[in-house]
Design a protein around this ligand. Structure first.
Ligand code: SF4
Ligand code: SF4
Length: 497
């Protein structure tokens, strides 16, 4: 016997409860894939309503941010840059070098926990409202498609008709605009990776000087073109790992786009002039919520992996409720639990636990970023060398030095030896100042009177880094001298920091 959606929704989930009634068939197939495996093209109607309006405004702001972020400069640095080639990352004007990798990991963890916390609390709000894929697809490419190809119904009609001259022109125009936009997006994408200066050099220099860069732009352009012209919602439904992982975080208390089955069922079509069906719910089975869905699903089947929380179905259903003079909110932002027993909870034990982890991580990230020094210096004993006899009663060790300037200013710096007593530092190919946001590499020679070794082959050495008279860092390493008289060797022939 077939059960209602309300009964099905209240039923505890189990593997056995997925196949034996018509309302559960959606679990076995994707809206965008026909039973024979072919792609089923989704002609989504253009939504209209308050959520779509809010989403459009937000999208224009985010689009402007996405496009400008690699070009806008703060303290001489782009707002955002993820230069994996040079391992140089910039977050909102803060520069991170490979030495700060632990910090990048911490920031990535903080971002992940932020997404988890938001998903547990308000579902896949990232997907529908903030994700660049959705913003470009729904707010740019889809709107251009509506402008050129007309409404979803017109698109469907044309797709089933012959290839007339008008259809060829429309399709050609649309695809050309799509490619130009994809090309622009590819350029912006590259600016995030190599920086806007390097991108500008690729654009303005003779093409022969940037064959690799130009090839990458062309490849990216084609990839973006294919994603927005063909792959579309499949990126969210099939390819995106976030969608897959985050869907598993949603539970009955998560506030997400939800159909109020308690109010809507049993659904009954509203037929003009016919008597109202007794005990019918508020859903008039008009399918408006399905026709606007960019992933082609029916939200009345419950929360599904394909739902990107875009709220288009809320707008569509609200418009229907207005027309039939019933209260809005048959589909709304609420939780399954609230529909069943009226309890809407923003804070649950799970979201509280994520919030605690989130606060801890954000505190750690803020503290570490705020307490970073202006310069970061690393010293490493030069590999392959032990010591040099300087011929004046002293022995010397060579150290490779790297200096990172995190600031946008020219910085003077000095490296001194703190211990052992009598140690002196001579820079070799290392200037006394470093340019803004620069990396400086060179060597220093540390000389030590033999007597300071006090019979040991290896002794610890400590350096002090000063800038403008202020000590900003102390470093430790090992100093290696000649073998001791009994022939035993010291701790290590190639010391570390
Ligand atoms: S738009 Fe509203 S009334 Fe129409 S089918 Fe969807 S839920 Fe039912
Ligand atoms: S079910 Fe509603 S919220 Fe979910 S993707 Fe479809 S239209 Fe958007």
């Amino acid at each position: 016997m077939s059960m209602t959606s309300a009964e099905a929704a209240r039923r505890p989930l189990s593997i056995e409860t997925t196949v034996d009634d018509e309302h559960d068939l959606f679990r076995n197939e994707l809206a965008s894939v026909a039973p024979d495996g072919r792609r089923r093209w989704i002609y989504a109607r253009q939504p209209s309503g308050r959520f779509y309006r809010w989403r459009s405004w937000l999208s224009w702001g985010l689009l402007a941010f996405l496009v400008l972020a690699p070009f806008v400069r703060v303290n001489g640095l782009p707002l955002l840059m993820f230069n994996v080639i040079e391992r140089k990352f910039v977050f909102f004007g803060l520069l991170f070098w490979p030495q700060d990798f632990y910090m990048v990991v911490l920031v990535a963890l903080a971002v992940l926990v932020t997404l988890m916390l938001s998903t547990v609390t308000v579902g896949r709000v990232w997907c529908g409202w903030l994700c660049p894929q959705t913003i470009f697809m729904e707010m740019l490419f889809r709107k251009i498609e509506y402008l050129i190809d007309g409404s979803a119904e017109q698109q469907l009609r044309r797709s089933r008709g012959p290839w007339t001259a008008g259809r060829v022109v429309r399709t050609g125009t649309k695809l050309t605009i799509f490619y130009v936009l994809s090309f622009a997006i590819a350029n912006v994408f590259l600016a995030y990776i190599i920086g806007s200066d390097a991108l500008w050099a690729i654009i303005t220099d003779p093409p022969s000087q940037h064959v690799v860069g130009l090839t990458v732009i062309v490849i990216f352009s084609f990839v973006f073109f294919l994603v927005f012209a063909r792959f579309r919602e499949q990126a969210c439904v099939l390819a995106c790992p976030y969608g897959r992982v985050m869907s598993s975080l949603i539970d009955r208390q998560t506030i997400t786009v939800t159909y109020d089955f308690a109010r809507g069922e049993p659904r009954a079509r509203l037929v003009k002039g016919a008597a109202a069906v007794p005990d019918a719910g508020d859903c008039i089975d008009c399918h408006q919520c399905v026709t606007v869905c960019p992933t082609g699903i029916d939200i009345r089947n419950g929360v599904q992996l394909e739902c990107v929380n875009c709220t288009a179905c809320i707008d569509a259903c609200d418009a229907v409720m207005d027309r039939v003079q019933r209260p809005r909110g048959l589909i709304r932002l609420t939780s399954h639990e609230a529909v069943v027993d009226g309890r809407l909870r923003w804070l649950t034990p799970r979201s509280a636990a994520y919030a605690v982890v989130w606060v801890g991580l954000m505190t750690a990230v803020t503290w570490i970023v705020a307490s970073r020094s202006a310069l970061d210096v690393t010293t490493l004993r030069q590999p392959g060398t032990l010591y040099a006899d300087l011929g004046d009663g002293r022995v010397g060790n060579f150290y490779n030095v790297q200096v990172f300037n995190r600031t946008g200013d020219l910085r003077p710096f000095e490296i001194h030896a703190l211990e052992p007593a009598g140690a002196s530092v001579t820079p070799l190919g290392l200037t006394a100042e470093i340019g803004p946001h620069a990396l400086l590499e060179g060597r220093v020679l540390v000389a030590l009177p033999l007597a300071s070794l006090e019979g040991h082959q290896s002794v610890p050495v400590r350096f002090e880094v000063r800038t403008g008279g202020t000590v900003i860092q102390t470093l430790s390493s090992a100093f290696v001298g000649p073998p001791t008289r009994n022939g035993t060797r010291g701790t290590s022939g190639s010391g570390g920091q």
